[in-house]
Design a protein around this ligand. Structure first.
Ligand code: ADP
Ligand code: MN
Ligand code: MN
Ligand code: MN
Ligand code: MN
Length: 362
């Protein structure tokens, strides 16, 4: 399908930077990004169609909060990330440079950005950095893992992680096109790899400071779904898409503060781990959208995970809740890796609770 005549024609229309089958020019001029310079209006949509509001009072307001270059339409086109708010008696509808105004209206239940932003603003002096490793699984449109035999299973796990070759990995076209889309858009994508289960992949975003982690990761997820459309392939963020002896999918969150990144920062890392050890349940509740229910299927203690019921930490140990990377232990500074967040986590909730527990002592 990806090599069909029609598809090639489509990619010509898309022009070079996004095309998975043509290399972009070594440097292409990127139109600048600045949310302040644009007069973005408050907009609204029918929240009853998205289960976010009742039919009788169904307008949900969109408040622009971050801006990206549009890798599909190119030129001066932008993609705008918005927060969602319910009805607001005070909305003037004039909608010019409204960022920061009208925030007394109730957020929707799924708007986790609002409180995250408040926490990040309060913790500004800690200069928190995050890097999230987003794992996901590519599926056929029928929901079957992409490239798997239709009436059975591939050979057992082992040869697939960071693999190369059509018998090892499935869907690299999607991965590459997505990577380019992220780079063009301004998402701080940092790397990608094929995962332990065939058709499972990972991309890393970061390091991002504060609220930018959640913004960039949500935009990266959106871009992945959009790119997948062109290939007829679906990206799933389910933390355990296939039962049995197959790895689940997580969203390891790498985290550091200013104090952890300087000489002997290991002391600050250990202090943070000590605080995290006393709030395990609270963190598990924030690490998937169903307060731990989704992650229960994944955090079994097998397949490079720790048990959902216990907190643990260790150097270079992938069976723990928190891992201190080997290089960090050797250099005595850097960051920690929280391996618990589920692939379908809300990065705003994850980064918020990390900062609340380790910086603000809340
Ligand atoms: P792993 O070895 O667990 O597979 P990856 O290489 O996939 O790790 O991801 C590491 C992540 O850590 C990247 O997203 C990177 O941006 C992030 N990172 C690196 N340094 C820091 C730091 N000081 N603070 C926070 N995140 C960091
Ligand atoms: Mn309409
Ligand atoms: Mn990784
Ligand atoms: Mn991984
Ligand atoms: Mn990791």
């Amino acid at each position: 399908m990806t090599h069909g005549k029609g598809m090639k024609y489509l990619y010509f229309l898309f022009s070079l930077p996004y095309s998975p089958h043509h290399s972009p020019p070594s440097s292409f001029p990127l139109p600048p990004l600045s949310i302040e310079d644009l007069e973005l209006p408050v907009w609204n949509y029918d929240g009853s169609s998205t289960y976010q509001a009742e039919g009788s009072n169904s307008d949900v307001y969109l408040y622009p909060c971050a801006i990206y270059r549009d890798p599909f339409r190119l030129g001066n086109n932008k993609l705008v990330l918005c927060e969602t708010y319910k009805y607001n008696g005070k909305c003037t509808g004039r909608g010019r440079n409204v960022i920061g105004r009208l925030w007394d209206s109730p957020r929707t239940e799924t708007n986790k950005r609002k409180s995250c932003k408040e926490v990040m603003d309060r913790a500004k002096d800690y200069v928190p950095w995050f890097g999230i490793e987003q794992e996901y699984t590519l599926l056929d449109q029928d929901g079957h893992p992409f490239g798997w035999p239709k009436n059975g299973f591939p050979g057992p796990q082992g040869p697939y992680y960071c693999g190369v070759g059509a018998n090892k990995v499935h869907g690299r076209d999607v991965v590459e096109a997505h990577y380019r889309a992220c780079m063009y858009s301004g998402v701080k994508i940092a790397g990608s790899n094929a995962e332990v289960m065939p058709a499972q992949w990972e991309f890393q975003v970061g390091p991002c400071e504060g609220i930018t982690m959640g913004d960039d990761l949500w935009m990266a997820r959106y871009l992945l779904h959009r790119v997948g459309e062109d290939f007829g392939i679906v990206a799933s963020f389910d933390p355990k898409p296939v039962q049995g002896d197959w790895n689940g999918a997580g969203a390891h969150c790498n985290f550091s503060t200013k104090d952890m990144r300087v000489e002997n920062g290991i002391t600050a890392i250990e202090a943070a781990i000590d605080k995290l050890s006393r709030h395990h349940v609270r963190h598990i509740k924030a690490y998937d959208p169903n307060e731990g229910k989704d992650n229960e299927r994944r955090l079994t203690g097998l397949h490079e995970t720790s048990s959902i019921h216990d907190f643990s930490a260790g150097v270079a140990n992938r069976g723990t809740s928190i891992r201190i990377p080997r290089t960090v232990a050797a250099e005595k500074c850097g960051y920690l890796e929280d391996r618990r967040p589920s692939s379908n986590c809300d990065p705003y909730s994850v980064t918020e609770v990390l900062v609340r527990t380790t910086c603000l002592d809340e």
